[in-house]
Design a protein around this ligand. Structure first.
Ligand SMILES: [Zn+2]
Length: 115
């Protein structure tokens, strides 16, 4: 299960930042091309966060649309699905610029103001 390794990475990053404080909210950004199923990720998160400061935290996932620049005409396109074809000329030879992100964007911890 692909989501399990992503959840594991998120929990490790969050716990490192929390330094033992209890985590209330974790906001993550996930690129569309990672094909993460939000329900599966939430389930995987509840498994791997057990017994860590992230246990019981709310996981807020924001999906980053995929985007790329066409190598034929230079136009940038954005996609929320497949195929990844240029919006201007329909070409499939595109250079990806977004969509493979996986990052922890923000954490809210007990007794610490967010921001
Ligand atoms: Zn094009």
């Amino acid at each position: 299960m692909h989501e399990l390794s992503i959840a594991d990475a998120v929990v490790r990053i969050a716990c490192a930042h929390a330094a033992g404080r209890r985590i209330e909210t974790i906001e993550i950004k996930v690129g569309h091309l990672r094909q993460v199923v939000p329900d599966s990720l939430a389930f995987a998160f509840s498994l791997v966060s057990e017994g860590t400061p992230a246990e019981g935290a709310e996981l807020v996932m924001e999906e980053v649309p995929a985007a790329g620049v066409c190598r034929a005409c230079g136009v940038e396109s954005e996609w929320s699905g497949f195929p990844l074809a240029c919006a201007a000329c329909g070409g499939l030879d595109v250079e990806l610029v977004r969509g493979e992100e996986l990052l922890v964007d923000a954490l809210t911890m007990e007794g610490v103001p967010s921001g």
